[in-house]
Design a protein. Structure first.
Length: 135
């Protein structure tokens, strides 16, 4: 028996391969079907990293802000994912982006080179068992 829903497993796999757009798309259908606020938060998190890849400073800030708000009410560990780590990383990245010079003529490395790409892990020890996405 598989502990985690297939769309979530596929999302994590694609996310960790830096296929952020594709990972976001994998959860889109299940999110719309179930209304999972958690899936929505993960979609927004992946979307932020799409903007990192596109070097879109405004998009990074906006999507990380949305992801942090969406994941705010969740416990530190949910559905096998370290939500506290996502929130902490989001705050750090948001701070880095906000602190960056806004002079568009400045010769700056693209965000994809300035920010270490995150990874997600599905840890059975972080699975509570009462998550609605498991139904």
């Amino acid at each position: 028996m598989t502990l985690f829903p297939e769309p979530l497993r596929r999302f994590v796999q694609l996310f960790n391969e830096a296929e952020f757009w594709e990972s976001h798309e994998v959860l889109e259908g299940p999110w719309r079907e179930t209304g999972s606020a958690f899936y929505h938060g993960l979609i927004l998190w992946a979307s932020a990293w799409v903007h990192v890849q596109r070097n879109n400073t405004h998009g990074i800030q906006a999507q990380i802000g949305k992801a942090l708000r969406a994941l705010e009410g969740f416990p530190d560990h949910y559905l096998g994912i370290d939500v506290a780590a996502i929130r902490a990383r989001g705050q750090v990245v948001r701070g880095q982006v906000l602190a960056a010079p806004t002079d568009k003529t400045a010769d700056q490395e693209p965000w994809i080179r300035r920010l270490a790409l995150p990874e997600l892990e599905l840890d059975p020890a972080r699975l509570r068992g009462d998550e609605t996405e498991l139904e």
